[in-house]
Ligand binder design. Structure first.
Ligand SMILES: [Zn+2]
Length: 375
């Protein structure tokens, strides 16, 4: 029995008229399945066409028209040819590999691969270690940088302090220099003062030509240049005061004579056993050298005291030598005696004696100053 059923070609979808002489059992299930497969194939799964044809057990499972089956066969032949070519190519390549790498064996390669893998792991571990070290070094670097910054700040502070101190030092040095200059000035002034003979300043003795003078008062008398007693008395007052000061300066006292300075009425006092015995005036009146002026005893006592002073000075300094020796009432100049009393004297000689006496006083003054202990 033949069953006519309408089918379409799976490829071109032309209706086919098939005569199934061989047919599987007509079961609704299989028929249904077949239709499902075909429908699936027709919905665009043409790539499975070959599979459908290959899997088909009955022609009705994969109906294809003659034209399409011819075309399919041709295409398959072409694919087979292509595959044959590929096989040939692979075979050639296998031969080539066998020829060129005859010793290469898979175990060796596997061992190599293992080695390379091991090496890679080792390198990875090294890399990890190095990264860890780098991290540690970064931390160290940061710590050190912070330390350096702190040190830099401290250094800056110290530098500021140093600068302040240096400025202070400069200021102190300036002040020191200023004080040193002041000190030197004061020292110079002090030396000037100590070098100055105060007595020389207070008692200016001056012998100009013949007539000597002290502090501007002339002590002398010349007939052609007369000096009044008032001036002579003032000059005598000055030399008594000077003598008194000089004795006091070297700390000695005559055993019985004492100068008493009273300006133009000065005198010499004679004391014995603590009792004032007599006074010798060193001031006169009238015309000098014109008779009894009354000053001769005083001048004699004054010469005594002056001689005493010069002797005391000589005791303190052997090299000291008074310019003019005193001999009784006279002063000696180049062996010539000039009497210091007015009685029976000439104006020139008396004036000369007074000048010599003033010169001795001036020398005593200088010697006194020289004896003074340096300050
Ligand atoms: Zn067809």
């Amino acid at each position: 029995m033949t069953t006519q059923r309408s089918h379409i070609c799976l490829n071109c979808q032309h209706p086919l008229r098939l005569d199934f002489t061989q047919r599987r059992p007509d079961s609704a299930d299989s028929e249904k399945k077949s239709e499902t497969v075909i429908t699936e194939a027709l919905t665009g799964h043409s790539r499975n066409l070959m599979k459908l044809i290959s899997d088909a057990q009955f022609p009705s499972d994969a109906p294809v028209c003659n034209d399409c089956s011819d075309a399919l066969r041709n295409e398959m032949d072409a694919q087979v040819a292509t595959l044959d070519d590929e096989i040939k190519t692979y075979q050639t390549y296998i031969n080539y590999l066998k020829e060129n790498h005859p010793t290469t064996s898979i175990p060796d390669l596997k061992a190599k691969l293992q080695n390379v893998s091991d090496e890679e792991k080792e390198l990875e571990q090294q890399l990890k270690k190095l990264l860890a070290e780098e991290e540690q070094l970064d931390l160290d670097l940061q710590t050190k940088r912070r330390t350096a910054e702190a040190a830099s700040e401290k250094s800056g502070e110290l530098w500021k302090k140093y600068r302040d101190n240096l400025r202070q030092v400069f200021e102190d040095q300036d002040e020191l220099h200023s004080l040193e200059a002041e000190r030197q000035y004061a020292e110079v002034q002090h030396r000037k003062l100590t070098d100055t003979n105060v007595l020389d300043l207070c008692f200016h003795i001056w012998v100009d030509g013949i007539v000597g003078e002290i502090n501007g008062f002339r002590l002398g008398y010349l007939k052609d240049a007369p000096v009044e007693f008032t001036e002579i008395n003032a000059a005598l007052g000055q030399i008594v005061l000077l003598l008194e000061i000089l004795l006091e300066r070297i700390g000695v006292q005559h055993h019985e004579l004492m100068p008493v300075a009273m300006g133009s009425h000065s005198y010499i006092k004679l004391r014995r056993n603590g009792i004032d015995m007599e006074t010798y005036a060193l001031y006169g009146q009238g015309t000098p050298l014109s008779g009894s002026s009354g000053i001769d005893p005083g001048i004699r006592r004054f010469l005594q005291l002056l001689e005493f002073l010069l002797k005391e000075l000589k005791d303190r300094n052997k090299n000291f030598k008074p310019p003019y020796q005193i001999h009784a009432d006279s002063l000696v100049d180049n062996g010539v005696k000039y009497n210091a009393v007015m009685t029976l004297n000439t104006d020139v000689r008396w004036t000369r004696a007074m000048a010599l006496m003033l010169t001795d006083l001036k020398a005593a003054c200088a010697q006194c100053d020289a004896l003074r202990s340096p300050i």
